[in-house]
Design a protein around this ligand. Structure first.
Ligand code: SF4
Ligand code: SF4
Length: 471
């Protein structure tokens, strides 16, 4: 990796010692990145519109009457792509999460922190929403610095109040969005419409999350990525020499040096203008190589391209590239590591697909009552006593009927229980199954049963039925 190359070349590695956003006394250094502009920023702006549209419309999208996604940790209800995951299917949820994690590992191995720069809500909101408001109200980096140092004049009070009021408003919107994904948009609308006292717990949740998001975007900012988020710290484990990431082509750029008019240039293409550092929202110098703090926001790519155009050099001194491409001038995306991760992912996705396809709307446990024997009835039938539990694995009311499939017979429920099952509900009881003697000639016969709702078969299963051998 770049650090090894730097070490081998004897280049100073001291930049790795301090924490780039704190001074020697450990006091935070506030970062004032310059406003990014350029083709990559424009592409990210369009992508942001797409991401935010999807994010904010997500809770309103329904599939078969279900929200597209729901992560109700409190009620332990989860919906993924319109599929309700109740307690009986938590293993499917676990499998889906495991697949997602392997996908992240594979994605990061190939494309580094592309997610962080383009789609992570933290970067999207911070760089493309909150930071934009700051640029509009307070101006570019230098003006922001001056404003922060200036005494509290009327102008400063107005600008700061407007900024923090807007920050609070957007934080409130994000808190509501989060809650819409947790409890669903219908429950959220109820909280908004009905008196607060009736939903004090959830209302407190909205206030708490608003405060949390406000704190995050107004103060924590880049430190959410560098200090809090574990993904950035794990990147060195996932990434290798072939990973594509925002990188500085040190083979082409070094030795760096100022450009002087009329003088023939003998060094590398980096003119040491520091523009890549000035725009960086995490305050690093990409020329030092791959660093944990870099969120791959592309701002330095645009900044450097602008300079390269000005001085008449080829653009792309900082670009999406890999260590291998910089050193060996070749790129290879499909490595043994990538193939191994992809194979695991295909296996997991196949298992997940099979689990979803074979999933039933109900799950019935029908077990012979402990210690009970068969009973021969006077009407030429044999009875077995069973206990049953029937679970509704959907998010709507189900009225199931259990039927014998391949023999004539009757199910006689003790106490006529109401089998109407609430969403994710359960019913239990005992029942006799009566079948004609002629149908059960062996000591143990497998009987086929099925659960229906109307004419729709929800589930089928087998049970053991006991009878006398002589019958
Ligand atoms: S180094 Fe470049 S890509 Fe990385 S965070 Fe800074 S500006 Fe963004
Ligand atoms: S913007 Fe480009 S030319 Fe300027 S210092 Fe950074 S890498 Fe060198």
């Amino acid at each position: 990796m770049r650090s090894q190359t730097l070490a081998a070349s004897g280049q100073n590695q001291a930049f790795r010692d301090p924490f780039n956003v704190a001074d020697e006394d450990g006091k935070r250094k506030w970062i004032y990145p310059q406003k990014p502009k350029g083709k990559w920023h424009n592409r990210r702006a369009w992508f942001t519109i797409l991401i935010l549209s999807l994010l904010f419309s997500g809770p309103f999208i329904r599939l078969d009457g279900q929200p597209l996604f729901l992560f109700n940790v409190l009620a332990r209800k989860f919906i993924l792509f319109g599929i309700f995951i109740g307690p009986q299917d938590y293993w499917i949820f676990g499998l889906a999460m495991l697949s997602f994690m392997v996908f992240i590992v594979l994605f990061t191995t190939i494309l580094g922190r592309l997610w962080c720069g383009w789609a992570c809500p933290q970067t999207v909101f911070m760089e493309m929403v909150f930071r934009k408001i700051e640029y509009v109200l307070e101006g570019d980096a230098t003006k922001q610095k001056l404003l922060d140092k200036a005494p509290w004049t009327r102008d400063k009070i107005v600008k700061k109040s407007a900024k923090y009021f807007l920050f609070l408003l957007i934080s409130f919107a994000i808190a509501n969005l989060l809650l819409a994904y947790v409890i669903g948009v219908d429950a959220l609308t109820k909280i908004i419409r009905e008196p607060i006292e009736e939903h004090i717990g959830l209302f407190t949740g909205i206030v708490g999350f608003t405060a949390l998001f406000y704190f995050n975007f107004a103060w924590l900012r880049d430190q959410a990525c560098t200090v809090v988020c574990p993904y950035g710290r794990l990147q060195s484990v996932f990434m290798d020499r072939h990973t594509i990431a925002v990188g500085y082509d040190y083979e082409r750029g070094e030795p760096r040096g100022k450009i002087h008019k009329g003088q023939e240039r003998s060094g590398g293409d980096c003119v040491n203008c520091q523009q890549c550092v000035a725009v960086c929202p995490v305050g690093i110098d990409i020329r030092n190589g791959l660093q944990m703090e870099c969120v791959n926001c592309t701002a330095c790519m645009d900044a450097c391209d602008t300079i390269m155009n000005k001085v008449g050099f080829d653009t792309g001194l900082i670009r999406y590239t890999s260590e291998n491409a910089i050193v060996n001038k070749t790129g290879r995306l499909v490595t043994t590591r990538v193939i191994s991760y992809a194979a695991v992912l295909v296996l997991l996705w196949s298992a997940l697909g099979l689990a979803i396809v074979s999933r039933t709307d109900t799950q019935t446990l029908l077990l012979r009552a402990p210690g009970s024997q068969f009973i021969e009835n006077g009407d030429g039938t044999v009875s077995n006593l069973y206990t049953f539990k029937i679970f509704n694995k959907t998010n709507h009311v189900v009225k199931p009927v259990i039927r014998l499939e391949d023999v004539e017979g009757k199910l006689i429920f003790a106490g006529s229980p109401d089998l109407t099952l609430e969403a994710a509900g359960m019913a239990e009881g005992t029942l006799f199954i009566n079948v004609p003697k002629a149908a059960v000639k062996k000591r143990k016969t497998a009987l086929k049963l099925a659960v229906y709702e109307g004419n729709k078969q929800l589930e089928k299963f087998e049970i053991l039925f006991l009878a006398g051998e002589s019958l």
